[in-house]
Design a protein around this ligand. Structure first.
Ligand code: FAD
Length: 415
C-alpha cells in the first residue's frame, strides 16, 4: 500500500460495527488521514436481524455491501483476511501474502463462538453468528419439516424437536420467533402444530442473566406463553448427532442450536505481547491502544472496555478512537472514554419486544416499535436516508426457498 504524501495512514481491520464507524468518522478528515478498511467479507452483517432470516425474512436487511456503505467515500475498502500483525514494523499480512503498512492500526475483529470444550458440540450444532449460520439453520429447519411431512404420509411419525442452548439475548429472541414460525410452518406442511417441541436450556438460574431479575421474569413469561419449554440450571455436557446430553437428561434431537458461548477473535492471541483479561478480552489503555503498544488500537467486542460485547459499544468505540487519532495528530490531550449504558432491545416473538432503557422498561408492541426504530436509526447512521429506508424495508420482505413455505401468507406479511 503506497503512502499518500502528508497523510497519516490508518488501516482498520474488520468491516463490522466498530470498523465501519471508525472509518466513517475518519473519512470526515480525509485531508489528514489516508484510510483503508480491510475486511474478510465484502459486506457488513447486521447481527441484530439474523434471527429474522432464520424465520423467513430477507437476508438483504442483514447483509449490506461495504461498497454501498462507502460509495463516494474516501475510504479504500479491501477484501482480505488478515493473518498476522507485525507491530514493530507496522505492517499487517493478508491471506495471499499481501502487505499493508500503517501509521496507526485499528483492530475491530469482533468475536466468535466458544464451544467450552463440550465434546461434539462444534461439529453437531447450529449457531447464529453470521448470515451463513442463519441460512444453514433455516435450510435445516425446512428440511426437518419436509421429512416429517413425508414420514407422516408413510404412516410413521417423526417428531420435530428443536433444542436451543443458552438463555442470553440470542437464545431468547430466536426461541421466541421460532415458536411462532414453527407453528406456522407446521400448518403449511400439514403437520399438527402441537407436536412441535421447542426447548430452551440455560445453565444459569435465570434467562438474560446479565440483566435485572425482573427482565428475566418478563422474558420467561413471554416464552412460556409462546409454548417454549424452559429448563434452567441445565448445562449441556455432550452433543452427538443422534442425541444431546444435558445434566440429568438425554435428548433426541437433530436440531441443537448453540448460542451460549462467545470468545475473542483468535487473531488477537497470535499478536505477540497483547495482554488479556479473564474473559479473553484485550487490555487497552485510556485511548483504546492495546496495553503496552503504540498506534495499535483495539475496539468493539474484543476490547476489555466497560460495555464491550454489544454493537452500541462497538459503534461508540469507533467514534472514540477516530477522535483519539485526530487529537493525537494535533498534539491535543486524549478524549475521555465515556460510553452510554447500552439499551437492551430484545424481540421475543413476532411484533413483541422487551426494551430496557434508563427511563424504564417497555414491552410488547411498544417495545417492538422502539426496537424497529433503533434498527432504522442504525441504518440511517451508516447509509444515506434512501438506502437506509431500503435496508430497513428489506426486513419486511419474505424470503423462502422451501417450495411449500414460499407461497405468500398473512402471518409474515404483517410484521
Ligand atoms: C445473533 C446476534 C444478535 C445480536 N444482537 C445485538 C443487538 O440487538 N444489540 C447489540 O447492541 N448487539 C447485538 N449483538 C452483538 C453485536 O453484534 C456485536 O457486539 C458487534 O458486532 C461487535 O462489533 P465489532 O465491530 O466488534 O465486531 P463485528 O461487528 O463482528 O465485526 C467484525 C468484522 O471483522 C471481520 N473479520 C474478522 N476476522 C477478520 C480477519 N482476520 N481479517 C479481516 N476481517 C476480519 C468480520 O468479518 C466482521 O466483518 C448481537 C450479536 C449476535 C451474534
Amino acid at each position: 500500500m503506497g503512502r499518500v504524501a502528508g497523510k497519516h495512514r490508518v488501516v482498520i481491520v474488520g468491516g463490522g460495527f466498530g470498523g465501519i464507524r471508525a472509518s466513517q468518522e475518519l473519512a470526515k478528515y480525509s485531508d489528514e488521514f489516508d484510510i483503508t478498511l480491510v475486511s474478510d467479507k465484502s459486506h457488513f452483517e447486521y447481527h441484530a436481524a439474523l434471527y429474522r432470516v432464520v424465520t423467513g425474512r430477507s437476508p438483504l436487511e442483514v447483509c449490506i455491501p461495504l461498497s454501498t456503505i462507502f460509495e463516494s467515500s474516501p475510504v479504500n475498502v479491501v477484501e482480505d483476511t488478515i493473518q498476522t500483525v507485525y507491530p514493530k514494523t507496522k505492517q499487517i499480512l493478508g491471506k495471499d501474502g499481501s502487505k499493508y503498512s500503517y501509521d496507526s492500526l485499528i483492530l475491530a475483529l469482533g468475536s466468535e463462538n466458544a464451544y467450552l470444550n463440550v465434546p461434539g458440540l462444534k461439529e453437531h450444532s447450529f449457531t447464529l453468528r453470521s448470515i451463513n449460520d442463519a441460512l444453514r439453520l433455516k435450510e435445516h429447519i425446512h428440511e426437518i419439516f419436509i421429512n416429517a411431512a413425508i414420514s407422516l404420509k408413510n404412516g410413521t411419525r417423526q417428531p420435530i424437536h428443536i433444542v436451543l442452548v443458552g438463555g442470553g439475548p440470542t437464545g431468547v429472541e430466536l426461541s421466541g420467533e421460532l415458536a411462532i414460525y414453527a407453528r406456522h410452518m407446521a400448518r403449511r406442511h400439514r403437520l399438527d402444530p402441537n407436536t412441535i417441541i421447542i426447548d430452551l436450556f440455560e445453565s444459569g438460574e435465570r434467562l438474560l442473566g446479565t440483566l435485572d431479575k425482573k427482565i428475566s421474569e418478563i422474558a420467561f413469561e413471554r416464552l412460556h406463553y409462546l409454548g417454549v419449554n424452559i429448563f434452567l440450571n441445565t448445562p449441556i455436557l455432550e452433543n452427538r448427532i443422534e442425541a444431546a446430553y444435558l445434566a440429568d437428561m438425554k435428548l433426541k434431537t437433530k436440531t441443537l442450536i448453540w448460542t451460549a458461548g462467545v470468545t475473542t477473535n483468535p487473531l488477537y492471541a497470535r499478536i505477540k505481547g497483547l495482554s488479556f483479561n479473564a474473559t479473553n478480552k484485550v487490555l487497552v489503555d485510556l485511548s483504546m491502544q492495546a496495553k503496552g503498544f503504540h498506534d495499535l488500537y483495539v475496539i468493539g467486542d474484543a476490547a476489555a472496555s466497560m460495555y464491550s460485547g454489544m454493537a452500541q459499544s462497538a459503534l461508540y468505540d469507533g467514534e472514540f478512537v477516530a477522535e483519539c487519532l485526530r487529537r493525537k495528530l494535533h498534539g491535543r490531550p486524549i478524549a475521555t472514554y465515556n460510553p452510554h449504558k447500552p439499551i437492551f432491545a430484545i424481540p421475543v416473538g413476532l411484533g413483541w419486544a422487551i426494551v430496557v432503557t434508563k427511563i424504564g422498561v417497555f414491552r410488547g408492541k411498544l417495545g417492538w416499535i422502539l426496537r424497529r426504530a433503533a434498527d432504522f436509526r442504525f441504518f440511517s447512521s451508516i447509509l444515506p436516508l434512501q438506502k437506509a429506508l431500503i435496508a430497513f424495508s428489506d426486513g419486511y420482505q419474505l424470503s423462502e426457498t422451501c417450495p411449500i413455505c414460499s407461497k405468500p401468507n398473512r402471518l409474515h406479511s404483517k410484521v
